[in-house]
Design a protein around this ligand. Structure first.
Ligand code: FES
Length: 71
């Protein structure tokens, strides 16, 4: 789904940016160009960013639990 029409940024591109280190809307804008023109996409971009960050946070927690469980 397109999140930012001005810069043709999709939700997949936002998730990819998070997997490559984006941790804030500023990072996301720098990496993808999202939200750098009209700004109408800011709220949806932030929602997708937060969701992607939450998912990697959960993934990191699972890995930590597995490491603790195996030691
Ligand atoms: S829709 Fe993202 S800057 Fe315009």
């Amino acid at each position: 789904m397109y999140v930012c029409i001005c810069n043709a940024v999709t939700d997949s591109a936002i998730r990819q940016a998070v997997s490559e280190g984006a941790r804030s809307l500023r990072d996301l804008s720098a990496q993808t160009g999202c939200s750098t023109q009209c700004g109408r996409c800011v709220h949806v971009a932030r929602d997708v960013l937060d969701e992607a960050l939450s998912e990697i946070g959960s993934a990191h927690s699972r890995v930590e639990l597995e490491i603790v469980a195996s030691s």
